[in-house]
Write a protein that binds this ligand. Structure first.
Ligand code: CMC
Length: 429
């Protein structure tokens, strides 16, 4: 099968590609060479930038699968580190592989004294995501032998670099929290991934954090929900930066920056601010819904809508359902959860949201769980980054391992000035 494109009465044939889930694409790699035209696709919403075997997403039907396993199955049976292994290595680990991976993560949890010094350069109120991306990139400076910017060499050390990225970004996240609170760092112990994070966040010099199974389980679930999500803005950024030959840590650092924006990972903070302000004003959310219908980007109903899901976000369904259970198990109640539920019900009945197929996304309820775990709002996007690290690692690996890979280099439609003569400054009016 091929696709026929007719331009100025001339016909051009392009091959058609089909993915393993039946996704169809026109292979337009020779389009410009053959026709002199490019496709204009602002935001790349209709452009397949790569072939990937990591995650399948069908936004129309609310399907999300990592390496063939549905997000529902993983949520019900797996935990974050196992899913991270699956995403990075392509298969669920055997018992021995799982143990070895866990040990490698524990062995690489510590942030060396020299790197801890970096924090001294940041004010206490520095934005957490700015600190996270800086220190993630500092990993490339600290481990130059793992970050040579030579794919062949970097891939030989991939297992170690991947474990360092996953384990240390989690540790750096906890250190950022301690720094912003003016508390001394708590160093990692020989603990499972999530318990170690909670220890580094909440232990005090004379009072160790005591693991609460419900808290560990909830954290596991929420990190797993964020573990990968196809070619989203930050993952595409990781691939784009990686395509230049850049090492894993530098590529991830770029992804962290992409994630920080309010339309992407930063949305979980914006949702919480929105719910809090509805609560503080004693409103029931009607005013917010009405303002969101105005069409302005700065007034959107945060946590609603998605670039690819047009039915429902399966992650939001799992997290939304978990919310009540987590709060109940922790013996907590949160008025913001009631506001979120009312807001969801009202929006789902409102023609503006229904006709545009706008549903709650992963960020709508995740903040309520983070809050119940004692994680402050300014740390929410850092939590998203810790969760998304496996996806970034797996996508960087695909780029680095592809012998036919090219540097990402889109084209543009130039709409600026046409040629004109230079005017000396004295003659300019
Ligand atoms: N509130 C009100 N109106 C909205 C919203 C919203 N949250 N989202 C989209 N719309 C409107 C938009 O104004 C447009 O209306 P019209 O057709 O009249 O111009 C229509 O719905 C279609 O929207 P779009 O701009 O085509 O949607 P998009 O695919 O460009 O944007 C989005 C997707 C996620 C950026 C957007 O829905 C949004 O800004 N949502 C709020 C921020 C948010 O929750 N982001 C988290 C995304 S999930 C986590 C992640 O993976 O990063």
């Amino acid at each position: 099968m091929s696709a026929l494109i007719k331009i100025d009465n001339k016909e051009f044939n392009f091959p058609v590609m089909t993915g393993t889930e039946g996704e169809k694409a026109i292979d337009a790699r020779n389009l410009r060479k053959d026709t002199g035209y490019i496709f204009y696709d602002q935001g790349y919403g209709n452009t397949g930038s790569c072939e990937s075997a990591v995650t399948f997403l069908d936004g129309d039907n609310g399907i999300l699968r990592h390496r063939g396993y549905s997000i529902d199955q993983l949520a019900a049976h797996s935990e974050f580190v196992e899913t991270a292994y699956l995403i990075i290595y392509g298969e669920l680990p055997t018992l021995d592989q799982r143990k070895a991976f866990g040990q490698l993560l524990r062995k690489n949890a510590h942030i060396e004294t020299q790197m801890q010094e970096i924090f001294k350069g940041f004010p206490k109120d520095a934005p957490p995501m700015a600190m996270l991306s800086s220190i993630a990139n500092a990993l490339a400076a600290h481990y130059p032998e793992l970050a040579t910017n030579n794919f062949e060499k970097d891939l030989k050390q991939f297992d170690l670099a991947a474990a360092i990225a996953l384990s240390k970004i989690r540790t750096i996240g906890a250190m950022i929290y301690r720094h912003t609170q003016g508390l001394p760092f708590m160093h990692p112990k020989d603990l499972p991934f999530c318990d170690n994070f909670l220890h580094m966040m909440f232990s005090e010099p004379y009072q160790e954090y005591v693991s609460i199974p419900e808290v560990t389980k909830a954290l596991n679930l929420i990190l797993l929900m964020h573990a990968d999500h196809e070619q989203n803005c930050s993952t595409s950024t990781v691939r784009m930066v990686g395509s230049s030959g850049a090492n894993l840590f530098t590529s991830i650092s770029a992804g962290i920056n992409a994630l920080s924006g309010p339309l992407h990972g930063g949305a979980n903070v914006a949702v919480m601010q929105m719910l809090q302000s509805i609560h503080d004003e004693g409103d029931d959310g009607t005013r917010f819904i009405e303002a969101a219908k105005g069409g302005s980007k700065s007034n959107r109903l945060m946590g609603f809508g998605h670039a690819v899901y047009r039915n429902f976000d399966p992650r939001a369904k799992v997290i939304g359902e978990a919310c009540d259970g987590v709060l109940k198990k922790l013996g907590k109640s949160d008025p913001l959860l009631d506001i979120a539920k009312n807001l969801e019900q009202a929006a789902l009945k409102d023609d503006y949201f229904v006709s545009r197929k706008l549903y709650p996304n992963v960020d709508f309820y995740s903040g309520i769980i983070f809050r119940a775990l004692g994680i402050p709002t300014n740390m929410f996007t850092v939590m998203f980054a810790i969760g998304r690290t496996p996806g970034w690692i797996a996508n960087w690996k695909e780029v680095a391992s592809n012998p036919k890979g090219r540097i990402y280099r889109p084209r543009q439609i130039f709409v600026g000035a046409t040629p004109r003569a230079y005017v000396p400054i004295a003659q300019r009016s």
